[in-house]
Structures are given as structure tokens and as C-alpha cells.
Design a protein around this ligand. Structure first.
Ligand code: SAH
Length: 355
């Protein structure tokens, strides 16, 4: 046998294992175009088919404020970025946008913002319950770290899910990127959210300075340990006016591999194609949907605000007006032989009671 045959046999035998350990994950993340990557992608697609079927779920995002009290070194919304024009949407603007998402047929509304305590516990409860009273949708919150009391109140008001990425499972890197924050606090928040009955999403940023393949393997494994309902693996894109403005952007191929490996390791989990991946790689949605992803998150934030939610640059390049975007997403999904999900697309975990 040629050496390459031995190598391909090794890829096949890892992909046939029921349990992948950290070394297996690192091995798969290092596969390249010539060597075995096709097998990895094919296996991920089979597992996606088995656990998620052909539905692609759409989640409509409203970016309600770009004010942020945190100072994450990679993020364009960091409070140290004095050149960003800041905004907050009014309650009416948020409700109007929620109606547009609902009228477009989407069954999940994601409320995202920087960490902005100007929106109080009561403000957000009111927004959540107004949406839930009027529309038959699931609500995902993505508002950063808030108190357990706030999480509890918003859950009571009707919030179903919470997206809080752990960003990196390496405590040393976490403290480097976030300075005042600790990984243990992030994990504590995720556990609180789970115990309150939220469906929880976590995930990382790929390509941040000093990150290794081993770190990415740990990011996948921490999502497994937390038994998350959704995992968002997204590329880092350097943002102007941040300490990391001159760093390199992530390699999008590493993100596709991470999505594929995560599908194989986590199985019954929602995996989105992020806007950041589409910003870096023009046909990202098609490619990611073929290698394990099953969720797309179209942005409905209205003008002019969408131009100011600059976590990273050129974010709007891939985002046309919502109506055109939704019809092009539907076309793409159908061309792949898949369907737009007609349900809320709740957790895929068997033991979860959907609410
Ligand atoms: N403040 C909230 C949500 C808003 S930030 C929170 O902290 O959870 C949403 C996500 O944007 C973050 O989780 C982070 O992973 C991502 N992000 C931040 N800066 C980025 C960059 N430069 N490139 C790509 N993604 C970035």
C-alpha cells in the first residue's frame, strides 16, 4: 500500500468511531484538500441528515443596541472604540422589526446587542412579552452577561433561548482577549441559563491571535460537555479601531472543517452559518449547509442602524434588503434539495421539553 492509502484508511477509521477523543478531533481539523477532507465533509452531511433532516431553520436577527460596556479586544462594539456611532432602537422600532420577521414567515426572533444595561430588566421583559403576546415565535436573547435575576425574569416573560458564546475554552486566552472577564464567569452564566430552562447556544471565534488547533478541539469539547442546543463557530475578522485591527482574518476553510467536526461530535445540535463566515467567503451558506450546518440567521436590523452594528467591517456587503435576502436564501436551500423549516426549530435534544 502507498503511504496515502494508509492515511486515507486512518481517516476512515476515525470517522467510523462512535466516540472521537481530542486527538481524533485535532487530526480531523488538520485535514487538507488533498488529504481526506472530502470524507470528513461527506460524513458530516450524513449525520446532519440523520439528526436534523432536510429542514434549514431561519432565525431573524434584530440588533437593538450597539452600546457595549465590555472592552473585548477583537470586537468593533467595544466601549474603547470611540469612533463608532452608537444607537439604541426604540421599543416601537423593535416591535415593528419583529413584525417584519414574523410576516416573512420566520419562527424565531433573535434579540442581540452589546452589553447595554441601559435596557433594564423591565424594558426587556416588556419587549419580550409584547412580541410573545402578538406573534407565535420563539425568542432567542443574545445580550451578553447579565444577572441571574434578569435571566429568570426574561425567561418568565417568554424568552426561549439564549446565545452566549464562550468565545474560547482556553482560560489564558479568554483572560487575554477580555481583560476584565473570566472564562469561569462565562461558564457560570451558561449553566445558570440552562438551569432556568433556556435552550442554550455557545461557540467560539476561530482565528483569534495565539489560538491553536488544540484550542479549537477544546471549544468543540466544551460545547459537548455543556450539552448545548446550538453551537456557533465563526471566523474572526479584524475590526478597525480595535487592538486587533492589524491581525489576520481567520481561514474560512478551517471554519468549514470545524462545523463538520462539530456535527460529527455533537450530532443533535443546531449549527448556524454565521454572517461573519459569509462576509469572508461569498458562497459560505451553500458550502456550510453541505458540511453540517442547518441554520441561517438573516439580519433584519433596519436602516440606518444596521450600518452601525459593526462588530467587524463589511458586514453589510452580503446583506441586501430582507425581502430579497429571504427569497435568495429560499432559492439556495431548495437548490440543495433542502426545505425551509416551518416549525420553530427548537432544540433537537430528545430530553428537552419544547415550550
Ligand atoms: N454582546 C453579546 C452579543 C453580541 S456580540 C455577547 O457578548 O454575547 C456577538 C458575537 O460577535 C460575539 O459572541 C463574538 O463571537 C462575535 N464577534 C465579536 N467580534 C468579532 C470579530 N471581530 N469578528 C467576528 N466575530 C466577532
Amino acid at each position: 500500500m502507498f503511504i496515502s492509502d494508509y492515511f486515507m484508511n486512518a481517516v476512515t477509521s476515525i470517522l467510523n468511531k462512535n466516540y472521537l477523543n481530542k486527538d481524533d478531533i485535532i487530526f480531523l481539523l488538520k485535514l487538507n484538500e488533498e488529504k481526506g477532507i472530502g470524507k470528513l465533509f461527506c460524513k458530516a452531511d450524513q449525520i446532519r441528515q440523520k439528526y436534523c433532516g432536510n429542514d434549514v431553520h431561519l432565525r431573524g436577527i434584530i440588533e437593538l443596541s450597539n452600546y457595549c460596556e465590555q472592552d473585548c479586544l477583537y470586537c468593533g462594539l467595544r466601549r474603547g472604540n470611540k469612533s463608532l456611532k452608537r444607537y439604541r432602537m426604540s421599543k416601537n422600532e423593535i416591535l415593528d422589526t419583529a413584525r417584519r420577521i414574523y410576516d416573512a414567515g420566520l419562527k424565531t426572533i433573535v434579540l442581540q446587542s452589546g452589553e447595554d444595561s441601559w435596557f433594564s430588566k423591565a424594558d426587556l421583559s416588556e419587549i419580550i412579552s409584547s412580541i410573545k403576546n402578538e406573534m407565535d415565535v420563539a425568542i432567542t436573547l443574545s445580550l451578553g452577561e447579565r444577572t441571574a435575576d434578569e435571566y429568570e425574569e426574561w425567561r418568565k416573560a417568554g424568552a426561549d433561548r439564549y446565545l452566549l458564546k464562550h468565545e474560547t475554552a482556553n482560560p489564558r486566552l479568554y483572560s487575554m482577549y477580555h481583560q476584565r472577564q473570566k472564562l469561569t464567569d462565562r461558564i457560570k452564566n451558561l449553566l445558570q441559563l440552562k438551569s432556568l430552562g433556556y435552550q442554550v447556544g455557545s461557540g467560539n471565534l476561530i482565528g483569534l491571535p495565539h489560538q491553536t488547533t488544540e484550542d479549537i478541539a477544546d471549544d468543540i469539547l466544551i460545547c459537548k460537555e455543556l450539552n448545548v442546543d446550538m453551537a456557533s463557530f465563526s471566523p474572526f475578522i479584524p475590526s478597525p479601531n480595535t487592538p486587533y485591527e492589524n491581525k489576520n482574518a481567520a481561514d474560512p476553510h478551517l471554519v468549514f472543517k470545524t462545523i463538520a467536526v462539530t456535527r460529527i461530535v455533537l450530532k443533535d445540535v443546531h449549527l448556524p452559518v454565521t454572517t461573519a463566515l459569509s462576509t469572508l467567503y461569498p458562497s459560505a451558506r451553500e458550502k456550510a449547509l453541505k458540511v453540517g450546518a442547518n441554520v441561517i440567521m438573516p439580519n433584519f436590523t433596519p436602516e440606518p442602524y444596521r450600518n452601525y452594528y459593526l462588530i467587524y467591517p463589511n458586514k453589510n456587503r452580503i446583506e441586501s434588503v430582507p425581502d430579497e435576502m429571504i427569497s435568495s436564501v429560499k432559492k439556495l436551500v431548495n437548490s440543495l434539495g433542502r426545505n425551509i423549516g416551518v416549525t420553530r426549530g427548537d432544540s433537537l435534544k430528545q430530553n428537552r421539553i419544547s415550550v
